[in-house]
Design a protein around this ligand. Structure first.
Ligand SMILES: Cc1cc2nc3c(=O)[nH]c(=O)nc-3n(C[C@H](O)[C@H](O)[C@H](O)COP(=O)(O)OP(=O)(O)OC[C@H]3O[C@@H](n4cnc5c(N)ncnc54)[C@H](O)[C@@H]3O)c2cc1C
Length: 732
């Protein structure tokens, strides 16, 4: 093991505060606590797993709309569990247990076996998340020095947000020289860029952290943006990455050098344009990084202040002003409630209403009982994180899977989807009882789960009902110097326009140029339909590894941290293969990619976001769902468990050591500044893009998406074939 940390977790704590409180206090703690995670933590600290019997096992009842506390334990089970937990806490107090050690295999099996309630197939991926496991299997268990390499293996990581930090950390653990760049002046990506009022997570904080940085003392159930930014900065400092990133340095272009088997990379930064060579490139440039602003007629004529949600200007005094917010997606959903009380007036432009899942604790701090347990019960926070991760494996996938022949389309896709819709409408009916005209506007016209589901604690309805708020559903016709004119002919005069219109999510590697083995640029290869094997590797582009690549995100299940960490680990495994074999590059085959997509695409088409009548930014301009991983995290764990060389071409260079790795050589090469020109996509506003897609399909004489998919796949195969013919040598 090469990690320089005794434990893989950067927040590992040797000692916790002793418990000194009396029984009455402990009883209150137990009454206010989540039971499965508490039982697991107590079993680990005391080493006694005997109480984790089958009859006490949380049944993990599938959750439709509101959660089932304690994993669906019955009242009887809960009563028994509370008695066991109280006895456990007393023991921790009386025996002054203030630390916890690595579990034995038997203890690990007993505790995880208890929590997974029969889903043994989840255990390997959960072990990956648990620092108390004898072998967590996440950190590299090898070091570059072990290999007799003919030349240094160097890696460029583009981006220093969450993904870049994960890559920098893990590759450094293996001793691989890493160069990190970011076009921004600081770390954090999403979490320093998005500074709008109200910015915070809409997934639970305890599911939103790395397995190697399991911070436990989070103040909020859904962390504020600044808390996540602080977390990322702290990790970067603890790992030494913070000092190593080349900031204000933009990746411009990379070209694969067939003879040398290296990437020649051009960057643009404070030292001007530089060209360097690297053995591999890791893209960590996010998916929601490039703001999308719809091209409304007259957009530039508006004389007031204009801000995209991701480009918030803190100097703008919006209080007391007339404000328009365009969009009702994830960002608007946070901005509107944070602003409405302090503005003179607010107009919210809505094209489609969001579905919102009940989350009463959305703005709440963690409870006192929870904070106490984090301080006093060794590793409790980590067990709670594991429990949240476990519940996220099935998530709500069962609520968004279509039933064949279901009569409820286009507003629902199955009986359980209908039940979710009915429950959520019942909730909204109560919220808007005093404003029935808003209720009809608030009910989405698409199935639950087809777009990102937001978290509801009533603030959205309160903001829309405010006397100073207007919800405008007529589409935007054009902008004037005074404000926004709708198709219904109303002009809304405003001082400030906030574009909460999302990002160019489908334009993977936007503004970047990668010229692969055969001289084909990656966007030319993709043709508006970004595809990658396991979301990571692309045929024709050896030693290029994407993080947060195509088909990686979960909608109603999973943790993005898990997906990104596994992508990093997969890239590391690929590098290990190269070091061990003395080869220089791996290129995934077109066949492997096709096989993979033939598995992923049909499953996405079964989900609510993949239905042909649904218009969502999860689908790209070709109509393919290019954003979403439709399975569980546990299944991603399986496919990334090993790099199967049968899926790859193994490449070796004809060049000798010494010709390569000349890092930092200034050549004055030109930046070509390629732009992907695929159709725009955005998350929060449906401004007619989908109609454009339908029109273009009709123009091609193809009315169904399946056919379109086939065409694009054929084109891809054709491009790869051309590439193969053009190549000569360099392959063994
Ligand atoms: C407002 C908002 C809220 C979100 N909330 C959640 C949530 O609740 N839960 C969840 O799971 N996800 C959420 N997300 C998704 C979020 O983006 C990811 O969770 C995560 O932060 C992505 O990290 P990343 O490092 O992959 O990308 P990013 O954070 O986007 O970082 C990419 C980095 O790459 C740099 N970069 C880009 N192009 C170049 C270039 N050409 N050259 C050099 N550097 C470049 C950028 O400057 C940036 O620093 C949210 C996103 C947004 C925008």
């Amino acid at each position: 093991m090469t990690t320089r940390y005794e434990h893989d977790d950067l927040y590992w704590q040797d000692e916790y505060e002793p418990i000194t409180e009396d029984d009455a206090f402990l009883r209150e703690i137990v009454a206010a606590s989540d039971l499965p995670s508490l039982l697991a933590a107590l079993a680990a600290v005391t080493g006694d797993t005997s109480a984790l019997t089958d009859d006490l096992q949380p049944p993990l009842t599938p959750v439709d709309t509101i959660g089932h506390p304690h994993g669906g334990m019955t009242a009887e089970q809960q009563e028994k569990a509370r008695a066991i937990a109280l006895a456990g806490l007393r023991r921790v107090r009386d025996e002054r247990l203030t630390s916890v050690g690595t579990l034995s295999e038997a203890q690990l099996g007993a505790i995880l076996g208890f929590l997974v309630a029969g889903h043994e197939e989840w255990i390997p991926s959960l072990t990956h998340e648990l620092d108390l496991a004898p072998d967590k299997g996440a950190a590299p268990d090898w070091h570059v020095d072990e290999f007799d390499t003919e030349r240094p293996f160097t890696v460029l990581v583009i981006g220093a947000g969450m993904s870049g930090i994960a890559a920098g950390f893990r590759f450094s653990q293996a001793g691989i020289p890493v160069t990190m760049i970011d076009e921004a002046h600081t770390l954090g990506g999403t979490w320093w860029k998005n500074r709008y009022p109200g910015v915070r997570l809409d997934t639970p904080t305890f599911g939103y952290s790395f397995s190697f940085a399991q911070r436990a003392d989070w103040p909020h159930q859904f962390a504020e943006g600044a808390e996540i930014e602080e977390y990322l900065l702290d990790i970067a400092q603890r790992t030494g990455l913070a000092d190593r990133v080349e900031f204000s340095t933009r990746f411009v272009r990379a070209a694969w050098l067939e003879e040398e088997q290296l990437w020649e990379v051009t960057t643009s930064g404070p030292q001007g344009e530089r060209t360097r060579r690297f053995s591999a490139i890791i893209t960590a440039v996010g998916q929601l990084d490039r703001p999308h602003i719809p091209d409304f007629p007259g957009r530039d004529s508006f004389r007031g202040v204009v801000m995209h949600s991701a480009e918030w200007d803190d100097a703008v005094a919006w209080q007391g002003k007339r404000v328009a917010v365009i969009g009702t997606g994830a960002s608007a959903y946070q901005i509107v409630p944070a602003m409405y009380r302090d503005v003179e007036s607010l107009v919210v432009f809505q094209r489609s209403a969001p579905w919102m899942l009940p989350a009463p604790s959305y703005h709440a701090e963690v409870t006192e009982a929870f904070a106490w347990l984090v301080r006093k019960l060794p590793h409790f926070g980590q067990w709670y994180r594991l429990w949240v991760t476990l519940l996220g494996i099935p998530g709500r996938l069962h609520t968004v899977t279509a039933e064949e022949g279901w009569p409820g389309v286009p507003v629902t896709i199955s009986a359980v989807n209908q039940r979710v819709r009915d429950d959520l409408i019942a909730r909204m009916t109560e919220q808007y009882a005093d404003r029935p005209e808003l209720l009809s506007i608030a009910i989405p016209s698409y199935p639950p789960g087809a777009k990102r589901m937001l978290r509801d604690n009533g603030v959205w309805a309160a903001a829309l009902k405010a006397p100073t708020t207007t919800v405008e559903t007529s589409p935007i016709s054009h902008l004037t110097e005074r404000g926004i004119v709708t198709e219904s002919g109303i002009e809304h005069e405003v001082d400030i326009i906030v574009y909460a219109t999302g990002f160019k999510a489908s334009d993977y590697l936007d503004g970047m140029e990668f010229v692969g083995r055969d001289g084909i640029e990656i966007h030319e290869y993709w043709r508006g339909d970004a595809r990658a094997y396991n979301g990571i590797t692309v045929p024709g582009f050896p030693n290029l590894f994407m993080l947060y690549g195509p088909n990686i995100v979960g909608v109603v299940s999973g943790s993005l941290h898990f997906m990104i960490e596994r992508s990093v680990e997969y890239a590391l495994k690929a590098v290990r293969e190269l070091l061990a074999s003395g080869a220089h590059a791996l290129e995934v085959t077109q066949e492997a990619l096709e096989r993979y997509l033939a598995w992923v695409d049909p499953q996405n088409r079964r989900m609510s976001w993949g239905q042909p009548f649904v218009h969502t930014w999860y689908q790209n301009a070709m109509g393919r769902v290019s954003q979403i991983w439709p399975f569980t995290n546990a299944e991603f764990w399986e496919v990334t468990e090993r790099v199967d060389l049968a899926d790859y071409e193994v490449l070796r260079s004809g060049a000798r050591a010494g010709q390569t790795g000349s890092m930092g050589t200034d050549t004055g090469a030109n930046a070509s500044g390629n732009q992907s020109d695929s159709a725009q996509t955005w998350d929060e506003v449906d401004s007619g893009q989908s109609d454009d897609i339908e029109n273009s399909l009709t123009a091609q004489g193809t009315s169904d998406r399946e056919t379109t998919r086939e065409i694009s796949r054929d084109e891809a195969v054709e491009a790869a074939e051309r590439a193969r013919i053009k190549r000569s040598g360099g392959t063994v």
